[in-house]
Design a protein around this ligand. Structure first.
Ligand code: F6R
Length: 263
């Protein structure tokens, strides 16, 4: 695990955007795994700015982590809509190559299985972007999700429904189920890039990085990944016991001389 601690949220976002841009510069047809949520909004703004400066997504392909069951792609709170508004409508990605599971599919389990097969057919994911739930979830893999799970239907916890309430008119409208890539699906990505900012993520970040590997904190499985990069701002890093070491290895959140290719 490469833990990069940046002074501010803006610096963390910029560092994460640079990692994504580097991936695309090295492999213009990279398969990107994408995430939604509040953390990603400034990140997608940073990618839009890089696109204006010449970064191309034209040959890339993308797979989002998840979608709410019951929401059609044009629902204002759907992740389809979020992605179009936050990123896809502003860059040169081919919409036919930007995939999300359909929340309104008549058979959600079959949709999940087909989505998993599509990822395999694309050759797997080169770079998977992840946010961190306050309860340690990645994608919508809530605590106690199997650490080898595949794309499937998950029941959301009440805490996740509350955290996402702002996207809906009222809490009753927040869906109870989602289709999400599984923890096993996520960790098959060749590089996982998790971004967490703000003090509300500090306990989950500490559990993910320094706690036991446990389904109680699904993100902790990243400790087993051969190439996991965790980008934190100082607030999200505030409960880490070994932050001095991480900063010694990666001063200012930059690569050390030895870590090209992963740590
Ligand atoms: C959404 C997703 C979730 C979020 C997480 C953090 O696609 O995968 O795991 O990344 O809930 O959300 P925010 O950034 O809103 O705190």
């Amino acid at each position: 695990m490469k833990v990069l601690i940046l002074d501010s949220e803006a610096d963390a976002i910029d560092r994460a955007a640079e990692i994504i841009a580097e991936t695309l510069r090295e492999k213009p047809d990279a398969v990107l795994g994408l995430a939604t949520g509040g953390t990603m909004i400034p990140l997608y703004e940073a990618l839009r700015a890089r696109h204006e400066d010449g970064l191309s997504f034209a040959k890339a392909r993308s797979f989002n982590l998840d979608e709410y069951i019951g929401l059609a792609p044009d629902h204002p709170a759907s992740y389809h809509r979020y992605m179009r508004e936050a990123l896809f409508d502003h860059i040169d990605i081919d919409p036919a190559r930007a995939h999300l599971p359909r929340g309104d599919a008549p058979d959600a389990a079959a949709e999940a299985e087909a989505y998993e097969a599509l990822i395999t057919d694309a050759g797997g994911i080169d770079l998977q972007l992840l946010g961190l739930g306050r309860n340690g979830h990645i994608g919508f893999n809530e605590p106690t999700s199997s650490l080898t799970s595949r794309t499937r239907v998950k029941t959301l916890t009440e805490s996740t429904r509350k955290a996402n309430r702002g996207y809906f008119d009222d809490e009753a409208q927040v869906p109870r189920f989602a289709i999400t890539m599984g923890v096993g699906t996520i960790t098959e990505a060749r590089h996982c890039l998790l971004i967490a900012t703000g003090a509300a993520k500090a306990a989950a970040a500490a559990a993910m990085i320094e706690g036991p590997i446990s389904a109680a904190c699904p993100a902790s499985i990243l400790q087993m990944h051969r190439r996991a990069t965790i980008v934190l701002d100082r607030d999200a890093a505030s409960e880490l016991k070994l932050s001095g070491y991480y900063e010694h290895v990666h001063p200012g959140g930059q690569d050390s001389a030895f870590d090209r290719g992963g740590a």
